[in-house]
Ligand binder design. Structure first.
Ligand code: FE2
Ligand code: FE2
Length: 166
């Protein structure tokens, strides 16, 4: 299996998109199914955000200072998704705003993943060597093992607090 950082992140995106499509196609009354799908979305997004925020973004920012602005925009986009995930994690699928909030999460994250895949990843691949991308990927695989899976876990909360205070 490849440890190329971009390949790994794209694989995550694919899984996340699959859940988004399932949610969108679930139908008006599929409350239990939607609750389960959102639970899974929150888990995948919490892990994915953790490895990007704690590894991919800081590494790329250090190695390719020219694309720092893209990294800063990504932190902000992740922050918006974090807030929505944290709110959804406290809601029940029967709540009036559950579907609407999930739709906004899907729209935001879809936009962000498209931007990463069509603009940011190509810049990163052009700027970094294959070996560097494999090393970053190998570190992300390690980090994934300790990554928070729920927004309420301390390592996820710390990230949210840092985003507000720093
Ligand atoms: Fe991202
Ligand atoms: Fe991503």
């Amino acid at each position: 299996m490849s440890t190329d950082a971009i390949v790994l992140l794209k694989e995550d995106h694919k899984q996340i998109r699959r859940l988004f499509t399932e949610f969108t196609n679930a139908g008006e009354n599929a409350t239990a199914t939607k609750g389960r799908l959102v639970d899974k979305m929150i888990e995948l997004l919490t892990v994915h955000t953790y490895i990007e925020n704690e590894c991919m973004y800081p590494e790329v920012r250090k190695l390719l200072p020219d694309i720092e602005d893209d990294v800063l925009e990504s932190y902000e986009e992740h922050h918006v998704a974090d807030v929505l995930c944290a709110e959804l994690a406290m809601m029940k699928p029967e709540d009036e705003r559950f579907d609407a909030k999930t739709t906004v999460l899907i729209e935001n994250v879809t936009h962000h993943m498209e931007e990463e895949e069509s603009e940011w990843f190509p810049k990163v691949r052009a700027g970094l060597g294959r070996k560097q991308l494999q090393e970053i990927g190998a570190r992300m695989i390690e980090m994934r093992k300790q990554a928070p899976r729920r927004p309420s876990q301390p390592s996820a909360l710390k990230k949210a607090v840092d985003a507000i205070l720093s």
